[in-house]
Design a protein around this ligand. Structure first.
Ligand code: ADP
Ligand code: MG
Length: 703
């Protein structure tokens, strides 16, 4: 593979347009017109079998006829002709193919798409697309697309899976004042995917922030790895988070849309910021492309209006950057530039009396003060002040402070004059918004990105035991018996091999044996049916808990046998498990799935009714680090229960996090064998007393 083929796709010095047309309205015409109008300085070669000249440029009958080198080819011919064009390009030594043509996997023709990728790779070429609008770059004035013009210049680069959205974003960039270096349409991602582009953009000196519109990935792990390695902020807007939306996204792009909770986990693990909607994507892109991250937790809000101050305070709490009062000495200094009835706490309310001078002095002092990690400046349009002058005062204060690595965001609330002032501030590098909560949300994003990066490269837990050897023997035996699932006993043996704390369990095949085992583990005991056909044992009347003596064991043995016969007469019975009765603890559930997009993924939640009714669960792509395990425990809604709600002692979160790490390592190691697992319930005891897995289930992959 030619190493510079991505470079050739995004920054070619020479470009052929195959399927060029002299007829206005055709895509093959628009692309050439756009290349000319954007003032692309490289060579442009129209290619079609009939014309001599198109838009004043010499036309070639084939790519191989072009005299000079051709780095990239934009292909717009109908799908059936694409393979022929690829051969022509390959022979010419083209490096990158921008395939605008549609009619591939998005309409079900997966075979044709696979074929063109194979073909291109055989020549060492990479494909962007097919089914795209094209790619646009401001720094090289390259509009290799059918979007009508280059976006407003800026430092963000955006990759979108929706072509229509690219054209809209191109237009919005001007009205919204958010500038872009690149807009890239990624289409069907037959070859070049998000990971390739993110990696390339990480090294692009013109890009300071990477924004994504995503419908779905093919290989989720590649995305996570690429984002982890990137130092630039990545902001993702994921469409299809509702069940209905997921179906629409899947049919739209032909890619697999995984469960939205798994995507949440993956973005978190990738260190990727989220955008909640299109506006939020613009707002966050503006902040992340222009400002450094917020490295500490102290955000100071300056305002001339109490109302916007309160709105900012609410937003600060909502977005995870709650306000704290500034220290006394800071307050004393701030008091100097406000009337007596102003407030120097936080928000700092200079009151409606604040003019250019107070804004200038207060901003200059606060922005430079070491206590302040991030500054949010609010302004409400007043009759006595001129928004443009206020904007200039704020900007002057910021630039004169000499401070560099500290973020500032601004909100102006007002009419036309404020709009103009905001635009000026944005053009001068300060993200400015028309509502206080938006300025706070932008600052929160700068803080969140800093926090995400702190833990993103923590090492995942790796099992050191030889659990795999033991586990694979057990699995092989089950497969030999023609089974697709392990029994509880076998599953617990696998768990134990990975050092998970299971309630000791042994198999009995007769009443007498059960009695002997019960005496060995000590009363009280639990007895459960062991049958490959009965996976939900309670449903079959196959579980008896709190058995206190020998008579109880004999009684339970008989009852379980009768119950399960009645439930499923044909079920094959291995025997009855006798196990230690674990003391009561908080019921939680740990489980796993083999996600189509992200592979082995671990789940955690509160057990019992919480999991079934509230679906209060969270996921991580396995394996996971200790900090990720700790995050999982904290991010479920029921988290306070683990922290010791209603006067109960806090639960042993450390032990639970440790179990989560080991569990994730287990499903990761055994991903070629295991489809799904659950440990339900996992009982969690008070701090220092550990965790017990009392039920275990492993479903094998079908082979
Ligand atoms: P299943 O989920 O197949 O119905 P379980 O093994 O989870 O069966 O048992 C049902 C319930 O019995 C559990 O949710 C738990 O409350 C209780 N239980 C099972 N095993 C034990 C044990 N070893 N110690 C204490 N309680 C247990
Ligand atoms: Mg269970």
């Amino acid at each position: 593979m030619k190493e510079d083929s991505i470079n050739a796709l995004l920054n070619p010095k020479s470009i052929a347009i195959v399927g060029a047309s002299a007829t206005p309205g055709k895509i093959g015409y628009s692309v050439i017109k756009n290349l000319l109008e954007s003032k692309f300085s490289g060579s442009i070669y129209p290619v079609n079998p009939k014309d001599d000249v198109i838009l004043g440029l010499q036309n070639f009958k084939s790519v191989s006829e072009i005299p000079g080198p051709v780095e990239a080819a934009v292909i717009v011919v109908p799908a059936k002709y694409v393979p022929g064009v690829i051969d022509d390009c390959g022979k010419k030594g083209v490096k990158g193919l921008i395939i605008i043509t549609s009619g591939f996997s998005e309409v079900g023709d997966i075979a044709l798409e696979d074929q063109i990728v194979k073909q291109a790779r055989s020549y060492g070429m990479r494909i962007l697309g097919p089914n795209i609008v094209g790619t646009l770059t401001n720094s090289t004035k390259l509009n290799a697309s059918f979007a009508p013009y280059l976006p407003l210049p800026g430092k963000a680069s955006l990759i979108t899976q929706s072509g229509a959205l690219l054209i809209a974003i191109d237009a919005i960039s001007y009205t919204r004042g958010v500038g872009f270096e690149k807009l890239i349409s990624i289409g069907n991602m037959s070859d070049v995917d998000f990971a390739d582009l993110i990696t390339w953009l990480d090294g692009d000196p013109f890009t300071s922030c990477i924004s994504l519109y995503i419908e779905g990935f093919k290989d989720g792990r590649r995305f996570i790895e690429a984002c982890k390695k990137t130092n630039k902020p990545v902001i993702a807007l994921k469409a299809g988070v509702s069940t209905h939306g997921a179906a629409a996204a899947a049919s739209h792009t032909g890619s697999l849309a995984g469960s939205s909770k798994v995507y949440d986990a993956a973005f978190q693990q990738a260190g990727t910021l989220r955008a909640t909607d299109l506006n939020n994507l613009f707002d966050r892109t503006l902040a992340l492309s222009l400002q450094p991250t917020m490295k500490g937790e102290n955000m100071l809000v300056l305002t001339n209006g109490g109302g916007v101050g309160v709105l900012a305070t609410d937003a600060a709490e909502k977005y995870g950057v709650p306000l704290k009062f500034a220290p006394e000495d800071v307050q004393a200094e701030l008091k100097k530039h406000m009337p007596d009835y102003g407030s120097a706490k936080n928000p700092v309310d200079m009151t409606g009396m604040a003019g250019n001078d107070w804004y200038y002095k207060t901003v200059k002092f606060s922005y430079a003060h070491s206590w302040v990690d991030g500054l949010v400046v609010l302004y409400c349009e007043t009759a006595q002040t001129n928004p443009e002058e206020i904007a200039k005062s704020i900007h002057k204060a910021i630039s004169e402070s000499g401070v560099k690595e500290k973020p500032v965001t601004i909100s102006f609330v007002g009419g036309e004059r404020s709009d103009k002032a905001m635009r000026w501030l944005v053009e001068n590098g300060i993200p400015t918004y028309n509502a206080p909560d938006l300025a706070v949300n932008a600052m929160a994003a700068l803080r969140e990105f800093h926090n995400l990066r702190e833990i993103v490269n923590h090492k995942a837990y790796k099992s050191s035991s030889n659990g795999g050897v033991v586990a694979r023997k057990i699995i092989a035996k089950a497969r030999k018996d023609g089974r697709g699932a392990l029994t509880e006993i076998e599953s617990k043996q696998v768990f134990a091999a990975y050092d998970l704390p299971i309630a000791a369990t042994q198999l009995s095949t007769s009443e007498d044996e059960a009695v002997a085992l019960a005496k060995k583990v000590n009363f009280p005991v639990v007895m459960k049916i062991v049958s490959p056909q009965i996976l939900h044992k309670s449903d079959a009347g196959g579980v008896k808990v709190n058995i206190k003596d020998e008579a109880g064991v004999r009684d339970a043995f008989k009852t379980i046998m009768v119950n399960t016969k009645n439930y499923k007469a044909e079920a094959e019975i291995h025997g009855i498990a006798v196990q230690e009765m674990a003391p009561w603890g908080t019921e939680t559930i740990i489980g796993s799935v083999n996600d189509a997009t992200f592979g082995p993924t671990v789940m955690f939640g509160l057990g019992g009714i919480f999991v079934e009714v509230l679906k209060d669960v969270t996921f991580r792509v396995a394996p996971i680090s200790e900090s990720q395990a700790a995050q999982m425990l904290d991010e479920i809604r029921g988290a306070p229960i683990l922290n010791g709600a209603r006067g109960e002692a806090p639960r042993d979160k450390k032990a639970l996090a440790d179990v989560l790490c080991k569990y994730a390592a287990m499903i990761y190691e055994l991903q070629d064998e295991i489809a799904e697992t659950d440990a339900n319930p996992v009982l969690v005891y008070e701090d220092g007393k550990g965790v017990k897995v009392v039920d275990a289930r492993i479903i094998l992959k079908s082979k």
